[in-house]
Design a protein around this ligand. Structure first.
Ligand SMILES: O=C(CO)[C@H](O)[C@H](O)COP(=O)(O)O
Length: 224
């Protein structure tokens, strides 16, 4: 069992009967979906899920989980998802898979948000390994980019995977990948990006995680 599987299995142990569970996106979140489906089957649990992306929805449905739309739910008990970067103060960078809107909605809506990751995600500052994904309304991308540049950010629109066009999110937005000076911390960055007209959502998740499970060579550290 690799570290991503181990941490996903541990997160599945937090699920209780009758819970509504938010499902993240990515390889670690996929292991969680598998572990949850196995628990549901073995223990005959009643679990309802809501997915952060179409790909997770399809994976969950084919594993036998019931998936509802966020619009049908008034509350979520637990959301489990991976992250791209994690700092010592539990700030996260998410959204390299770019479906930021649902991920942040679920992180906010859930009573508990558990982050699952291996040690490779630990960084000293948000933006250390990756630019910050900023999802923008298509007609607002130039204005939003200028506003971000005025804050010292630099970057450009993300190309699609085939590099023959632009990356377009499930909600029809474009994505700006922006780098910032190391002196701007994640809390400042979160506040600044929240304030820019035309920005739909961004990948800085500050003060949203309730618990972070980090696996390192089979050992799991739990940060609360
Ligand atoms: O934020 C995310 C997707 O938007 C993922 O959680 C993040 O990219 C981690 O992926 P993986 O578990 O494959 O390392």
């Amino acid at each position: 069992m690799n570290d991503k599987q181990a941490v996903a299995l541990e997160a599945a142990s937090y699920v209780k009967n009758d819970m509504i569970v938010g499902l993240g996106t990515g390889s670690t979140a996929n292991y969680f979906i598998e572990a949850l489906a196995a628990r549901q089957q073995q223990e005959k649990l009643r679990i309802t899920t809501v997915a952060s992306s179409n790909i997770s929805m399809i994976k969950a449905q084919s594993a036998g989980l019931t998936v509802l739309s966020l619009a049908q739910l008034s509350e979520i008990d637990l959301y489990v998802d991976g992250a791209d970067e994690i700092t010592a103060d539990n700030s996260l960078l998410k959204g390299r898979g770019y479906d930021l809107v649902m991920e942040k909605l679920l992180a906010r809506a859930a009573k508990e948000f558990i982050v699952v990751a291996d040690k490779s995600k630990l960084v000293s500052r948000i933006g250390e390994n990756y630019p910050i994904p900023v999802e923008v309304m298509p007609f607002a991308w130039q204005a939003a980019k200028r506003s971000i540049e005025a804050l010292g950010g630099s970057g450009d629109l993300r190309p699609n995977a085939a590099k023959d066009g632009l990356c377009i999110t499930s909600h029809g937005s474009l994505v700006l990948d922006m780098r910032f000076d190391a002196s701007i911390d994640s809390h400042q960055l979160n506040a600044l990006l929240n304030n820019i007209p035309g920005v739909v959502e961004h990948g800085v998740f500050a003060r949203l995680a309730s618990r972070i499970l980090i696996a390192d060579q089979g050992k799991i550290e739990t940060r609360a």
